[in-house]
Design a protein around this ligand. Structure first.
Ligand code: GUN
Length: 287
């Protein structure tokens, strides 16, 4: 039987509608909307597109979203000074520094400089640490948060399930594994080069893939009835957007599957908006 499609576009719309209501409540209660600052260094075309979407969509839900586009030659000291200003600005609730940064800037030094309470990317060691310890109160990265929402919308039972996450990135794989673990799934994190990758995938009731390799995961590797979440975004030889999973083959075995495009992608910005609202509420509650 063909899998049911996990429609990220429709679910992201639902998340944005929820956030819009929360933003209106926040603004009415506190006299200002939540503020999101997106910092971009340089002109990488994909990053320009992503950051413009983040700015536009944050404003569409009623936030004050601003894109700070800095020249490619911005020094690390200049960038750190800008982050310090945003940290000190009471009307700023979320700060996102778009990655990758130019080579002359140390990514870790920059990510560590963001106030953890405003770190809506969840990349500060404090937030990553809270997540790893299973402690509440931190901010989780938006792509894995969006994947968890997709699983919840599909009603997938995570407690007791075997989950496999392919790709150990700080933005997706590692935090995804922690979020699944917190829901009592038994989790393995695999490198895309794992010798036994097909066998590992065949065990997965829930398979989450973020490997950056077109159609890495073959249909025959999918367990019957599994839920497949594909965070990959690649161009095939014909220039068509494809995920890390062979969608047509995998859908013959899976119970639920995300398409590419239209699955995980739309959830990422929707989750960023949700996290920004949560960060704003948490900052106000702490005062
Ligand atoms: N570059 C690609 N995806 C992301 C993301 O989610 N956050 C940041 N900061 N940079 C990215």
């Amino acid at each position: 039987m063909a899998a049911k499609i996990l429609d990220g576009k429709a679910i992201a719309q639902k998340v944005r509608d929820e956030v819009r209501e929360g933003v209106a409540r926040f603004a009415a209660a506190h006299g200002r909307p939540p503020g999101l600052e997106v910092v971009l260094v340089g002109e990488d075309p994909a990053s320009v597109t992503y950051t413009r979407s983040k700015e536009r969509m944050s404003n569409e839900v009623g936030m004050r979203g601003r894109l700070r586009a800095l020249a490619a030659g911005t020094t690390e000291a200049e960038l750190l000074a800008r982050i310090a200003e945003l940290n000190a600005d009471e009307t700023v609730d979320g700060i996102l520094v778009q990655l990758p940064l130019p080579d002359h800037v140390r990514e870790q030094a920059v990510l560590d400089a963001v106030d953890p309470a405003k770190d809506v990317d969840g990349l500060h060691p404090v937030n990553a640490g809270l997540l790893a310890l299973g402690r509440p109160g931190g901010l989780a990265p938006c792509t894995p948060a969006g994947c968890m929402r997709l699983l919840a919308e599909a009603g997938v039972q995570l407690a007791g399930a075997r989950a496999v996450v392919v790709g150990p990135s700080n933005l997706v794989g590692r935090p995804m594994a922690q979020l699944l673990l917190a829901q009592q799934a038994t989790v393995a994190i695999a490198h895309p080069s794992a010798r036994d990758l097909p066998a590992l995938c065949r065990e997965a009731d829930v398979l989450v893939v973020d490997a950056g390799m077109a159609k890495l995961i073959e249909g025959a590797w999918i367990k019957e009835g599994a839920t497949v979440i594909d965070a990959g975004m690649n161009r095939d030889d014909a220039g068509k957007l494809v995920g890390d999973v062979d969608f047509e083959a995998a859908r013959e075995r899976a119970a639920w599957i995300t398409p590419v495009p239209g699955g995980v992608g739309p959830m990422t910005i929707a989750s960023l908006l949700e996290t920004t609202l949560r960060a704003a509420e948490a900052r106000i509650a702490k005062r």
